[in-house]
Design a protein around this ligand. Structure first.
Ligand SMILES: [Cu+2]
Length: 436
């Protein structure tokens, strides 16, 4: 007859056969590489294991790893960082390994990963692996699945990567503050079969929003709705990297949303298919064509597109208030106002008052106005044809013939073939009669 002890022992053996543990091996801390660079860093190509096309992170980088036996080891350090949003404005944020967001983690389906997390913040933290199918005790929810990681301590997460796809990591510990301070990063798991859904270029970024008053550099962490900096990887236009793409490339863009609202992201000049979410790959039969994909809060969407239309194609959030920066968020509408009398009245109180906006606000994109320190104009940036009048979540996909394989350098402005640019009418035809 089996004793109670024997039954428990058998159960433990059964449970043990399905779990992964390498505690004895986790004896030394791997190096924790750090960067102070805020431009897109070259991808890290695999040196062992199955082949894959590595991702590039807009204005970011990929975390190097080391092999320890058959474990892939990474070391994240949660710490305060300075992040430049665009030239002229730097914020004091919290992040990982020198930047916010943290580095992108890349591995392959089936890999056993060991992630060391060192806390150099002034308060406790954890890391949650959003969307990933991990054992409960590795889920990183402070108080629920593990004790919080106190300042100065290092915790170890280890699990086997079940299934490929697009995931992210962020704290589950004083979450409101830590996410508002910029703590987040992407976690890409490549398919074990190098041919599955393979693309030529694979871009990733995270969306985060900040409330940073002009002239200051710390986010207001309790803000719920009134954000003034809408970022991709804690950068705003004109600080966001372009996406250079070779004509004919199969391109993937993976976008995660950790802001408090949805973002309908729109690509010009192409039709794409939504191919992956944080819940896995969308079966081919379930994909449909789009030019805008809404990325809900706390979710990830990836699309695949054949870059078959050469040019500089705008790529942006379609909420127009998300393509502007901090200064001017409270601008009133003066369109059509007769500003002469107003100006006279205002100048009695504010001698430098400048009337703006009676014909729309485009003039704000053309002039460099004096501003408080450490903020950014509402709309800015110049292109080959004039002011771009954008900010926030905006960049350009640059589809070019003759780019090198894996060459991510900015190819400059597109040279439109002669006769293919919209032009001013200079003829003499009479205006047709209109109804009054
Ligand atoms: Cu948006």
């Amino acid at each position: 007859m089996l004793s109670r002890r024997g039954l428990l022992g058998a159960a433990a053996v059964l449970a043990g056969s399905g779990t992964v543990s390498g505690r004895a091996q986790a004896a030394t801390l791997p190096e924790a590489p750090k960067t102070s660079t805020n431009t897109m860093q070259p991808p890290l190509f695999p040196t062992s294991g199955p082949d894959y096309q590595p991702v590039v992170t807009l204005n970011g980088w990929t975390l190097p790893w080391r092999m320890n036996g058959d474990w892939k080891e990474f070391h994240l350090v949660a710490e305060p960082v300075d992040r430049e949003f665009a030239p002229g404005m730097t914020a004091h944020l919290w992040g990982y390994n020198g930047q916010s967001p943290g580095p992108t983690i890349e591995a392959v389906e089936g890999d056993k990963v060991r992630l060391f997390v060192t806390n150099k913040l002034p308060e406790h933290t954890t890391v949650h692996w959003h969307g990933m199918l991990v054992p409960n005790g590795m889920d990183g929810v402070g108080g629920v699945t593990q004790p919080h990681i106190e300042p100065g301590k290092t915790f170890v997460y280890e699990f086997e990567l079940k299934g490929s796809g697009t995931f992210m990591y962020h704290p589950h510990s004083d979450e409101m503050v830590q996410m508002a301070m910029g703590m987040m990063g992407m976690f890409i798991v490549h398919p074990r079969d190098p041919k599955f859904r393979r693309v030529d270029r694979d871009f990733v970024f995270l969306m985060s929003a900040y409330a940073i008053d002009p002239g200051t550099s710390l986010p207001r962490v309790s803000e719920m709705t009134d954000f003034n900096l809408w970022t991709w990887n804690s950068r705003v236009f004109p600080g966001i990297d372009p996406m250079p793409v070779r004509l004919g490339d199969r391109v993937r863009v993976r976008m995660a949303n950790l802001t408090m609202t949805n973002h309908p992201i729109h690509l010009h000049g192409h039709h794409f298919s939504v191919t992956c979410t944080d819940g896995g790959w969308v079966p081919e039969t379930a994909q449909w064509p789009e030019t805008t994909i809404d990325v809900p809060v706390g979710a990830i969407r990836a699309f695949d597109v054949i870059a078959d239309n050469p040019g500089d194609w705008a790529f942006h959030c379609h909420k127009s208030h998300h393509t502007m920066n901090a200064m001017g968020h409270n601008t009133r509408n003066f369109i059509g106002a007769k500003q002469k009398a107003l100006t006279k009245a205002f100048r009695n109180v504010v001698p430098d008052y400048m009337p703006m906006g009676s014909a729309g606000m485009a003039e704000m994109g053309q002039m460099e106005m004096p501003m408080p320190d450490n903020t950014l104009p509402m709309m800015t940036g110049f292109g080959q044809f004039g002011p771009i009048e954008m900010g926030g979540m905006f960049t350009v996909m640059k589809v070019r013939e003759g780019l090198g394989v894996n060459d991510y350098r900015d190819p400059g402005p597109y040279k439109n073939p002669e006769g293919t640019v919209a032009y001013e009418f200079k003829g003499a035809a009479a205006e047709p009669p209109r109804r009054s």
